[in-house]
Write a protein that binds this ligand. Structure first.
Ligand code: UT7
Length: 333
């Protein structure tokens, strides 16, 4: 029997402060109707000043350990997917390790924008499958409000702050565990979705600040076209590769960037909406956090039971896109 990784706990953290579409109407030339019909978003959560990505991640890990009934000292590895690290270095993983008292864990970050969580999950899975570790925490956490320009209506309506985390442990049971990943990159898409400055190419200067290069830039239309095609493709292909079809799925958990992109993927999969987890209306696009946040809410809402087939699919800056297929390993809460 193959040694697999399974998700033995899931948890999330969302900051309490809410920014609604009506709040945004007072900040930029936009309106609730445009935002809802073009994106599906009604509100998003914003982290308070003085707090960072690692604070949300550490809260999610504390919830995770409580749910699994373990001491953070038992964690062996922490992987954080983020595009909004607290700082360049040390890694956000290092800061989370300290904040949640996981003194025995080593830690690092993975940068793959909205595909970050699935990329990081694939890395964590390797450490379980190889037998190297027995308890690996994989986190998606982003404080998107830190890099969002609230004078730019093209982007400021889209993003929110949140963290989600899973615990990976080994299993040899047939009816549970992570079955497969499909992971892709295409660097020719870099120019369509990026934060231009603050790195080694354009270190912070008066000019980079004046040009708004420390904020997210997105050519929405170009990203949309690529996202619609690739997210559907990667979702359908991983099912086919593993001899499943849409009708075998219990739950599809897509990256929450735009309801219209989710709709297109759902059509390609040929599944009903009661098999799709959607919470973009409440949180907007929380980048690396969307999938673990949606998974955590789905589990809390009793949408998942042991042995259920679950599909994740995502698309993001880079370009990057990815999917993962798993058999859920926990009974209903
Ligand atoms: O998670 C990472 C991957 N990211 C994505 O997957 C995002 C992909 N892109 C999208 O989701 C969509 O392209 C957006 C939601 C970003 C934009 O929707 P769109 O339907 O592509 O709109 P658009 O950019 O083509 O803009 C249509 C019109 C424009 O006006 P004109 O030129 O037709 O007069 C925009 O200026 O809507 C205008 N517009 C707005 N109007 C009101 C753009 N943003 C806003 C706004 N409120 N917030």
């Amino acid at each position: 029997m193959r040694r697999k990784a399974y998700i033995s706990a899931v948890a999330h953290y969302v900051p309490p402060k809410i920014l609604t579409n009506f709040d945004l109407e007072k900040m930029v030339d936009t309106n609730d109707e445009w935002i809802r019909t073009r994106t599906g978003i009604k509100e998003r959560h914003i982290l308070e000043p003085g707090k960072a990505t690692s604070d949300m991640a550490a809260e999610a890990v504390k919830n995770l350990c409580e749910r699994r009934g373990i001491d953070p000292m038992e964690i062996e590895l922490i992987i954080v997917a983020t595009v909004t690290p607290d700082m360049f270095f040390p890694s956000t993983g290092n800061l989370v390790q300290e904040k949640c008292g996981a003194k025995n864990a080593w830690s690092f970050d993975v940068a793959a924008a909205c595909s970050g969580f699935i990329y990081a999950l694939s890395v964590g899975t390797q450490f379980i499958e190889s037998g190297r570790h027995k308890k690996v925490v994989v986190i998606g956490s982003d404080k998107m409000s830190a890099i969002t320009n609230y004078r730019d209506r093209n982007t400021c309506v889209l993003f929110g702050d949140a963290a989600g985390a899973v615990l990976l442990e080994p299993t040899e049971e047939e009816e549970k565990g992570i079955l497969d990943f499909m992971l892709f990159s295409d660097g020719s898409g870099a120019e369509y979705l990026l934060m231009k400055a603050g790195g080694s190419l354009y270190p912070a200067s008066l000019e980079t600040v004046a040009n708004d290069w420390h904020f997210i830039y997105q050519d929405g239309k170009s990203v949309f076209k690529f996202a619609v095609t690739k997210m559907a493709e990667v979702a359908v292909n991983i099912l086919e590769k593993n001899n499943f079809s849409g009708k075998d799925l219990t739950l599809f958990i897509p990256h929450q960037a735009n309801l219209r992109i989710i709709d297109a993927t759902v059509k390609r999969l040929g599944i009903d909406y009661d098999k799709v987890m959607i919470n973009i209306d409440k949180y907007g696009n929380t980048t690396a956090a969307t999938i673990p946040l949606a998974l955590s809410e789905a589990y809390e809402q009793g949408k998942l039971d042991k042995g259920d087939l679950v599909l994740f699919a995502t698309f993001g800056g880079g370009f990057t896109w990815a999917s993962s297929l798993l058999k859920w390993g926990l009974p209903k809460p």
